[in-house]
Write a protein that binds this ligand. Structure first.
Ligand code: AMP
Ligand code: MN
Ligand code: MN
Length: 334
């Protein structure tokens, strides 16, 4: 839950220092990028010197975010900071090349909402009840009286909207809507923002979905659904890594499906596994942790070494074992 003293401690550090690096996880989503920009804009308005780095740079699809140009790929020559802040990043090495670009930092702050976050850094504020890291950033800004304006609000709104599946996922609370209301009161245009977020995809994303649906598999009487993407297909379609964010929701949305999995072949000999659960009885974070990953109970991921078919079989076997053990208790939904 909200921790006033933690916010005070972080607020004091922000006020007392000058040079900041604001970082987020590789393969960023709306929450990582929006939270990074929001906090950066607030600190900038406070007169601080701020670098906003993400291994992947600003994604094309989020480049409409206010002041998106502030967020860049990290430089190849490392720099020194007073304070480095990791946002929305469950494991420190998921900062990727942004971590390497910090030669030194007097203080490391870790702000996140992943329950699997071990609390790395000098000051960690992990609130696993928050549906988005942006909610925590909002509280930090508000509780500490840090600068707040419409550009900041738009970034926070985009982050919260995307991480809650448009205010649908279970952690979405009355409080989330109260925050959204406060963000909207800055004058932001919900219709325009939603269109930029959800109705502005490149056509190749749909072409990718068509290919993924061709590989779709159902197992365990329809409780487990999966599809996969080879490097070859990705190259043929000319898709970017960011194009597949959210496509797994098509599997999750099928009646009877409890676990949805997306397998993506990567160029480094690993497979990116993305997993969603629709039931409190199946914790996909626990399953992904067995493969070195992490995340949330209902949305998690891992990067697993091996070929696409190998990883598919190993991961699906683990899910079948979990689902099989539930079967006696819960008959299949039809
Ligand atoms: P994704 O399926 O990539 O949208 O990720 C779902 C959730 O799992 C996100 O909250 C991620 O931060 C987390 N996650 C994804 N991949 C990993 C990984 N390799 N290690 C730890 N957490 C991950
Ligand atoms: Mn994220
Ligand atoms: Mn998040």
């Amino acid at each position: 839950m909200m921790s006033t003293s933690k916010f005070q401690e972080i607020g004091q550090i922000l006020r007392d220092h000058q040079r900041f690096a604001i970082l987020g996880h590789v393969r960023p989503d709306g929450d990582a990028l929006g939270s990074q920009l929001a906090l950066a804009l607030s600190l900038q308005a406070l007169g601080k010197e701020v670098r906003v780095w993400n291994e992947d740079g600003m994604l094309e699809k989020y480049s409409f975010l206010p002041r998106a140009e502030l967020l860049t790929k990290p430089p190849s020559t490392p720099e020194d900071f007073d304070v480095a802040i990791a946002l929305d990043t469950a494991i420190q090495n998921r900062l990727g090349t942004a971590l390497v670009a910090i030669r030194s930092s007097k203080i490391w702050i870790n702000i996140d909402h992943h329950p699997s976050n071990p609390g790395y850094g000098d000051v960690a504020h992990i609130d696993s009840s928050a549906p988005a890291t942006a909610e925590i950033v909002f509280h930090l800004i508000k509780s500490q009286g840090l600068p707040f304006n419409r550009d900041i609000a738009e970034n926070l709104y985009a982050a919260i909207s995307t991480d809650t599946g448009s205010f649908q996922y279970p952690q979405t609370s009355a409080h989330t809507f109260e925050i959204a209301a406060e963000l909207i009161r800055t004058g932001l245009d919900v219709g325009r923002l939603s269109q930029q977020l959800y109705e502005n995809y490149p056509r190749r994303r749909l072409e990718l979905l068509r290919e993924l649906l061709r590989t779709m598999r159902f197992q365990q009487e329809g409780r487990v659904a999966s599809f996969g993407l080879t490097l070859k297909t990705a190259a043929e379609l000319g898709v970017l890594p960011e194009d597949n964010e959210g496509l797994i929701d098509h599997l999750r949305a099928v009646r009877g499906v409890i676990v949805a999995v997306f397998f993506e072949e990567l160029s480094d000999g690993k497979v990116r596994v993305s997993m969603r659960s629709k039931s409190d009885t199946v914790d996909v974070c626990a399953i992904c942790q067995k493969f070195g990953g992490g995340g949330h109970a209902l949305a998690a991921g891992a990067r697993v070494r091996g070929s696409l078919p190998e990883v598919e079989e190993r991961v699906l076997a683990e899910i079948r074992a979990k689902i099989g053990s539930l079967k006696a208790a819960a008959p299949p939904m039809t």
